[in-house]
Design a protein around this ligand. Structure first.
Ligand code: HEM
Length: 343
C-alpha cells in the first residue's frame, strides 16, 4: 500500500494538508445538492480498494501526526479519556476488535501474536512492542481502551446497553466537533443528542436507537456526518473553546479557501461480543475548500448544499459568521451543470 506518514501539526502553525492521492480518497459526504438529517445508516461492508471504506478502521497518511496530537491533548486533560468501572469487559472487547482488525488489514504496520491469553502487539509506525495478558489490565501501561485508543485514528465511545437504551459509559475523545465526553459520560442516547436541532422532532433518534439496540455481532454499520472547522484543528472541544472559537473571526474573502475545512466523520458502530456494548468510532477527515474544489463535482455540489441548509443547521454548526464568504468563494466552481445522485 506504501503509506508515507506525514509529519504535520493540527494546532499553532497548522502544517496539516492532504497529498493529491489523499484528496481523491476524501469521503465527500453529500449525495445530492441539499442536505437534511436522516437515519443514514448502511452496512459497514468493504468499500473500493484504497477508499476510506475498504477496512473497518482506516489508517492514512495522517496517522502518526494524529496520534501525536492525541497524546498532547491527553497530557493536558486526562478527562478526555474516561470509563465507568463496569466497562472493563467492553474495553477489552474494543482492544481485541481494533488489534485484530489492524493486524489483518495492515500487516506491514501492525502484528498481533496470540497464544491463549499471552498476547504480543507490535505497532511499527509508533514504535510500540507490548507483551501483555489479555483480560489482565495490570499488564498494560494504560487501561485497555486508552492503550489501543492512543494508536488508532478517530475518537471512540463505548455504549453500554441496558433498559432498552444506550449509555455513553466510556470513551477516548480528543478531536471532537464541540461536544464533551466529560459532560456526556453516563448519559443516554436521547440525552447526549439533546442539543441537535430538528432531528428529534423528525423521529430520527427514535428510529436510530431502535435500529442500534438490535445491532448484531459481526454486522457493523456506518454513517457519515459533517461539519466545518476553521484551520485544520483536531481538538475543537468545549474544554478548549477559548483557543479556537475566535478562529471564525479570522476568515476573510482572501483566506476563506485555505482556512475553512470540511470536516467529515465516518462513524462506525460495532456490537461487542463479551460485553454486548456498542463501540462507536468517529473517524474525522479534514479538507480545505481550496482542496475540495480541485474535484469539479465536489466544487459544483458544495455551494448548492451550503446555500440550501436550514437556518437551524447553520446555527448548530456555527457556520453563520463565514457562510456568505464561503459561498462567494465557491460560486465560480458551480457551472450550473446537473449533478448525479451519489458522491
Ligand atoms: C450528534 C454521539 C449515533 C445522528 C451527536 C453528538 C454526539 C453524538 C456526542 C453531538 C451532540 C452535541 O451537539 O452535543 C453519538 C453516539 C452514537 C451516535 C455515541 C452511537 C451510539 C448516531 C446515529 C445517528 C446520529 C446512529 C443517526 C441518525 C446524529 C446527528 C447529530 C449527532 C444528526 C448532529 C450532527 C451535526 O449536525 O453535526 N452524536 N451519536 N447519531 N448525531 Fe449522534
Amino acid at each position: 500500500m506504501g503509506l508515507t506518514f506525514r509529519n504535520e501539526t493540527f494546532r499553532d502553525d497548522f502544517t496539516y494538508t492532504n497529498s493529491p492521492s489523499n484528496i481523491r480518497r476524501f469521503p465527500f459526504p453529500f449525495v445530492e445538492d441539499q442536505y437534511r438529517y436522516s437515519v443514514n445508516i448502511e452496512p459497514h461492508t468493504p468499500g473500493p480498494k484504497g477508499s476510506p471504506f475498504e477496512y473497518h478502521f482506516d489508517v492514512d497518511e495522517h496517522y502518526v501526526s494524529e496520534m501525536r496530537d492525541r497524546a498532547m491533548v491527553l497530557a493536558a486533560d486526562p478527562l478526555r479519556c474516561q470509563a465507568l468501572p463496569h466497562m472493563m469487559t467492553a474495553q477489552w472487547d474494543m482492544l481485541e476488535l481494533l488489534m485484530t482488525s489492524l493486524a489483518r488489514d495492515y500487516p506491514e504496520h501492525f502484528t498481533l501474536h496470540r497464544d491463549g491469553s499471552a498476547w504480543h502487539w507490535i505497532n511499527r509506525p509508533l514504535g510500540i512492542d507490548q507483551k501483555f495478558t489479555f483480560l489482565d489490565a495490570s499488564t498494560l501501561p494504560y487501561q485497555p481502551m486508552e492503550f489501543i485508543g492512543r494508536q488508532v485514528q478517530g475518537d471512540f465511545s463505548i455504549q453500554d446497553q441496558r433498559d432498552n437504551q444506550l449509555w455513553m459509559d466510556a470513551g477516548i475523545i480528543t478531536s471532537q466537533a464541540d461536544w464533551s465526553l466529560d459532560f456526556d459520560v453516563g448519559m443516554n442516547f436521547f440525552e447526549w443528542h439533546g442539543p441537535v436541532p430538528l432531528a428529534h422532532e423528525a423521529g430520527v433518534f427514535e428510529r436510530a436507537l431502535k435500529f442500534l439496540l438490535n445491532l448484531q455481532i459481526g454486522k457493523p454499520v456506518r454513517r457519515l456526518n459533517w461539519t466545518m472547522t476553521i484551520n485544520p484543528r483536531l481538538d475543537t472541544s468545549p474544554e478548549n473553546y477559548h483557543k479556537w472559537a475566535s478562529d471564525r473571526m479570522t476568515v476573510t474573502p482572501e483566506n476563506v479557501g485555505k482556512k475553512v475545512h470540511l470536516r467529515v466523520e465516518m462513524q462506525g458502530l460495532f456490537r461487542l461480543p463479551r460485553s454486548n456494548a456498542i463501540l462507536f468510532s468517529i473517524r474525522g477527515y479534514l479538507m480545505s475548500f481550496e482542496q475540495i474544489v480541485t474535484v469539479p463535482k465536489w466544487g459544483r455540489r458544495l455551494p448548492r448544499v451550503l446555500a440550501s441548509l436550514p437556518p437551524e443547521l447553520v446555527e448548530y454548526k456555527s457556520l453563520g459568521r463565514y457562510r456568505d464568504m464561503a459561498l462567494a468563494y465557491l460560486a465560480p466552481y458551480d457551472d450550473g451543470a446537473p449533478t448525479s445522485p451519489g458522491g
